[in-house]
Write a protein that binds this ligand. Structure first.
Ligand SMILES: NC(=O)c1ccc[n+]([C@@H]2O[C@H](COP(=O)([O-])OP(=O)(O)OC[C@H]3O[C@@H](n4cnc5c(N)ncnc54)[C@H](OP(=O)(O)O)[C@@H]3O)[C@@H](O)[C@H]2O)c1
Length: 370
């Protein structure tokens, strides 16, 4: 099968590098275009990027020229052939707010990591195992009608790891309220991120806007599609977010109150039976999205973050809570499952649904041509 050409906006950052690593041997997608800020544009990727991953930077990618974020002669209605129509975006929210609509208006599928449009009514916020049906919202976007383009987002890195074990609990027992306290890795702050003097031997009990994002995004993810919008779940969620001196992998301590009673066995069964994409043969989908570990001292970031090739959430320490019903600890890889891998899985689901075909053409025109 011929691989589809893709571009990466923000290709030199922490998430951009993960995209390159995960896409390098991807069976469905091929990197054809890389862009970053004016600081990097015009340099080769090898010159522009401070590669931080533990696999070598592929020579072919190192030799590619980093393009300006808005290609020269960029006309929204006429992209030309140089720019791929599938764009993975790993930009800071302020820049994403300005750039992503331009690419969507130009007929691209923009598959975004940033928070800029996650809570916008007609923009799907998606974790495929949890709410793939929310992708129907793209058909309500004005870009879609005009150019065939659209924006799809994946959640905040902590929300993704958390919502995977929550989904089967919400389905079977309902979630009334929850308290979650995070211990978030430094790679979550991008590069260079938090200064070493601030984080070494230390914990920083503040990450700007993180608690608000976690609280609202979980309720959107677990909400229901109603026409062109999402009816949010109304679980009460209180989050405490902390930055810790861990390289990769976000740990979260959760206490939860369910709407109906559940035993320990009921909860473990809900997690082990949760495999909504099994059988779909999507390259990035883990076989077991929620892995429970019985050991008394797991999960741990260094030991568990690569489970399911970095795409599974590991859960452990399930025990009764003296304030709410149950408590547990979870761990997920923040730049794989929590960012680039999440966007890639969204793209695979979109490809399977035919939503990456004939981009640049409004669906009404496609229907007439068919
Ligand atoms: N790190 C995580 O674990 C994580 C998880 C989930 C979501 N996210 C989100 O993903 C996004 C990227 O995060 P990150 O950690 O990769 O950040 P980062 O390491 O700071 O990288 C930012 C990227 O954006 C580029 N950029 C900056 N200004 C630009 C401009 N004006 N035009 C085009 N590109 C520009 C940078 O290029 P230069 O190298 O040229 O400056 C770099 O490639 C953020 O929205 C973040 O919140 C991150």
């Amino acid at each position: 099968m011929e691989r589809r050409k893709v571009g990466i906006l923000g290709a030199t950052g922490m998430v951009g590098q993960r995209f390159i690593q995960l896409l390098s041997n991807h069976p469905w997608f091929e990197i054809a275009w890389l862009a970053a800020s004016d600081r990097s544009a015009g340099k080769t990727y090898g010159e522009a990027c401070r590669w931080k991953l533990d696999t070598p930077l592929p020579a072919k990618i190192a030799a590619m020229t980093v393009q300006p974020n808005v290609p020269e002669g960029f006309v929204p209605s006429n992209l030309g052939d140089a720019l791929p129509k599938i764009i993975f975006a790993a930009l800071d929210a302020d820049i994403a707010r300005e750039l992503e609509p331009k690419f969507a208006a130009a007929g691209c599928a923009v598959i975004s990591n940033s928070s800029a449009f996650r809570m916008t009514t007609d923009v799907p916020l998606v974790v495929p195992e949890v709410n793939a049906d929310h992708l129907s919202l793209i058909e309500a976007q004005s870009y879609r009608a005009q150019s065939g383009g659209y924006i799809v987002t994946n959640p905040n890195c902590c929300a993704i790891g958390l919502v995977l074990p929550l989904k089967p609990l919400e389905e079977r027992f309902g979630i009334e309220s929850m308290f979650v306290s995070t211990m978030q890795a430094v790679s979550g702050a991008g590069y260079p991120g938090v200064a070493s003097l601030d984080i070494l031997g230390n914990v920083v009990p503040f990450i700007k806007n993180e608690e608000e994002k976690l609280q609202e995004e979980v309720n959107k993810l677990l909400g229901r599609v109603n026409g062109n919008h999402i009816e949010m779940l109304d679980a009460k969620i209180s989050a405490h977010c902390n930055r810790v001196a861990v390289e990769d992998g976000h740990t979260e301590c959760v206490s939860i109150k369910l709407r109906t009673k559940a035993s320990r066995a009921d909860i473990l069964a809900a997690w082990s039976e949760f495999a909504p994409l099994r059988g779909d043969h999507l390259p990035s989908a883990p076989d077991q999205p929620v892995e429970f570990d019985e050991a008394i001292d797991r999960p741990q970031p260094r030991l568990d973050r690569m489970r399911g090739a970095g795409m599974s959430t590991t859960v452990g320490r399930l025990r009764e809570c003296t304030l709410l019903d149950w408590k547990f600890v979870l761990l997920s890889h923040n730049t794989i499952r929590g960012a680039a891998g999440a966007a890639l899985l969204n793209a695979e689901v979109l490809a399977r649904a035919g939503k990456l075909d004939k981009l640049g053409t409004p669906p009404k025109v496609m229907a007439v041509l068919a």
